[in-house]
Ligand binder design. Structure first.
Ligand code: SF4
Length: 74
């Protein structure tokens, strides 16, 4: 179970869907082809969420830890 909090910056997202490929329980594209987070996001590990964020070509996925510190982008 992951502890990281994830936010997608919709204005940045270009629908590349690499986050969906890496973490399908965490991300999905909506009808505007922008990534949204899913209720099942807690089933993905922190490492997978981090990998998904790193895979985003436009760094639209922001990850913070339990204390609110930004983990990625660093
Ligand atoms: S990888 Fe980035 S640009 Fe692609 S869908 Fe996910 S958030 Fe959007």
């Amino acid at each position: 179970m992951g502890q990281y909090k994830v936010q997608v910056i919709r204005d940045l997202c270009i629908g590349a869907a690499s986050c969906v490929a890496i973490a399908p329980k965490a991300f999905q594209l909506d009808n505007e082809a922008k990534a949204i987070t899913l209720p099942t996001i807690g089933e993905e590990s922190d490492q997978v969420l981090l990998d998904a964020a790193k895979s985003c070509p436009v760094a639209a996925i922001i990850i913070t830890d339990q204390s609110g510190n930004q983990v990625y982008p660093a």
